[in-house]
Design a protein around this ligand. Structure first.
Ligand SMILES: C[S@@+](CC[C@H](N)C(=O)[O-])C[C@H]1O[C@@H](n2cnc3c(N)ncnc32)[C@H](O)[C@@H]1O
Length: 223
């Protein structure tokens, strides 16, 4: 793997993990992940003509699930930093012009020159330092249409000290230190500062995981 951008991050994957990411998620969760991700993506409520941006799209697994509701007019643009993910994404959707992969870091400002109906970030944003997350959110604000929805599928807000000992052990063992900070923050308040509102939350995996939906209300200045 190329040198990590953030040495403490768990979302910059090793070559092996990137290559086998979907299988590893299924196996490590004893098959639970498959059922969970189908339900969570269904809750996004993709409409046939949606233009969707998927930040840190990985193999395109979520895109493939979202595509079930997409018409010929809809599209999914996946952004990811990994060449291995790019290959898997492009193999999955080869010949289907509704899908586009762009090798792009999402932790630095970028401009795709268009706005989307929905922006999804799934199990990526927890893996950045908090200052960097703000750049990611500014990228979302720039690329979402007014009235569009931002979906964060990631860990929910919870107190590690109150977790049952076994859950805490597993979480502390597999997760990176940025995740410990992510779960302590009030994400509705943070997103509110960027002009988001009308929040909807759906919880999964014993409430350790949440799909947070946030509607872009107005266009605040970059924060
Ligand atoms: C834990 S995986 C999640 C993949 C996918 N979103 C999913 O839910 O299946 C994290 C993904 O984020 C990508 N990633 C990590 N850092 C990134 C960055 N700075 N810019 C863009 N993508 C990044 C990784 O290459 C990887 O595909």
């Amino acid at each position: 793997m190329a040198k990590k951008i953030y040495p403490d991050s768990g979302v910059e994957l090793t070559e092996f993990t990137a290559k086998h990411y979907d299988k590893l998620m299924n196996t490590a969760s004893f098959g639970l992940y498959q059922r969970f991700i189908r339900k969570a993506v269904k809750a996004i409520g993709v409409k046939p003509g949606d233009q969707i941006l998927d930040l840190g799209c990985g193999t395109g697994r979520n895109a493939a699930l979202m595509a079930k509701n997409l018409s010929e007019q809809g599209s999914i643009t996946g952004l990811d930093v990994s060449e291995i993910m790019e290959k898997q994404f492009n193999e999955k959707f080869s010949g289907d012009s509704r899908f586009r992969f762009i090798r792009q870091r999402i932790d630095i400002p970028f401009d795709l020159g268009k706005q989307f109906d929905k922006v999804l970030i799934s199990f990526v944003i927890h893996g950045f330092p908090h200052e960097v997350r703000k750049t990611v959110i500014n990228n979302v604000v720039k690329h979402l249409k007014p009235g569009g929805t931002f979906f964060i599928l990631d860990f929910a807000e919870f107190d590690m000290a109150k977790m049952p000992a076994l859950h805490r052990f597993v979480f502390k063992t597999i997760e990176c230190k940025y995740a410990f900070d992510f779960i302590e923050r009030d994400w509705k308040e943070i997103l509110g500062e960027y002009g988001f509102g009308d929040f909807t939350e759906t919880f999964y995996m014993m409430k350790y995981v949440r799909l947070l939906q946030a509607v872009k209300k107005d266009q605040p200045a970059d924060k």
